[in-house]
Design a protein around this ligand. Sequence first.
Ligand SMILES: Nc1ncnc2c1ncn2[C@@H]1O[C@H](COP(=O)(O)OP(=O)(O)OP(=O)(O)O)[C@@H](O)[C@H]1O
Length: 506
Amino acid sequence: MTAASAVASQQDPFILRVENLTKRYGPVLALNDVSLGIRRGTIHGLLGENGAGKSTLVSLISGQRTPTSGTIFLDGRAIASVDIKAMEEAGVFLVTQEPMIVDHLTAAENLMLGIWPSSGGFVRWSKLRADAARMLEGTGIDPQAMAGRLDAVARRKLNILRAMFSGGKIIILDEPTAALTVEDRAQLFSFMRDLKAQGVTFIFISHYNDEILEICDACSVLRDGVLAGGTENVKGLTSEQLSELVLGRGLVLFQRERRQFDTEPAAVSLRSVVSAGVRVEALDLHAGEIVGFTGLPGAGAKELVRAVFGLVPVRSGTIAFADEAPHKLPASPRDAFDAGIAFLSDDRHRDGLVKHMTISENISLSSLVSLARSGFLSNDAERNLSDRYFEAMGIKAPGPSTTVDTLSGGNQQKVCLGRVLATKPRLLILDEPTRGIDVGVKQDVLRIIDDLSRSGVAVIIVSTDTDEIVRSVDRVCIFDGGAVREELSGAAITNERLRQGTTSHG
Ligand SMILES: Nc1ncnc2c1ncn2[C@@H]1O[C@H](COP(=O)(O)OP(=O)(O)OP(=O)(O)O)[C@@H](O)[C@H]1O
């Protein structure tokens, strides 16, 4: 630390402060006159409903975007010109949800990525390599392992470490735990605590109350682009108080009234399904039943639904609907769709949204394909369908004709969900349906799926979010080694049982 910065940090207890920060996207006022401070060496939660302005705020702090007006202070000093380079040089790094990792380089080489020389620069490679290996000590990551082979937690850790290796003092994590198992989260949190003990400051965006209560020291809440509140002591709050702080109102948690279906005839029967990582002899689903699939990554839950939707080749397997004769599993998503199977992917970027199209077009896309095939296609049909789901999903946007690429992450997820729900399938498969969705809308989404099941659809929810499973399903299949290891139904479905079932020590 230089003498000047030592003086500055003595004066200002906040390592980072923003004053009167405003960001407009054309007519949209995404952030309105926000002032807040982040204390040195703390984990600061940034909370708010979908579209509240969290990503916008961190995009300004990390220099990805420029503010319309307002000032950012680091160590008490105003940053004159905010861009990514200036902020990274000052030690501010944004770690996005999708790890920016080069698969064909080793873990150690990935750490060094940001430090490669510009033209004519000189880098002491051997020292860098040794430093990178040292930094990976105790993290469980082999410095020589190819990054493409690392699991999700290791990849996120690597991203955080890269920020530190490049001199990061303030690390911003935008929903870092999406799709991580309970065990993975625990590992990530203990890693963050270690770094905090070494003086690193974190800004942490999450929609999960339990995570915020566990890991954050302080928090700030955004609502409609305005700073709506916060606390210096998160640990003193209950989950209910936290929801109230975020939403500005009390939250009624959804709970499905679980039903037993064992005496009813099967609506969907899977037999002898064998594909990479899956070996399921027999699995029946019932009309109106919601079944949760869970387990560790690679245990078979995701692999099975991808096989059923024709996304991966299968070696063998049949599917039968109600009284129909069994068929081979679909060879492609198109075949699956034609058979009446709808699938919400866990990755909206890969096979989810058409970003340059409107909300309306995106919602009606899949249903219109089937309408068009049956010979009917009208603008009215499209409008009715999309208006209904725009309303039902509570999508935060000026209207259904807004283009999807201007929506916040959570609102894009709602559009994806609206689209698959609108197809009226016989079997609905939802892979992590509420990922990225705020705690208020999550209850609405679970309610919509519940309603839909009453129309006789068989629903599979694949989820690592144990609370979501407990609240939304009639039965749970816990996968291990490619097969269903345990089934729970009725009162046996509890958070504790599911946590046991999804840890490797379970
Ligand atoms: N490029 C853009 N053009 C127009 N509006 C935008 C753009 N990016 C974001 N917005 C709008 O700014 C507002 C804030 O969005 P932001 O992504 O910051 O929300 P968020 O709190 O991160 O939400 P989420 O929890 O859903 O990720 C939203 O109304 C969003 O639609």
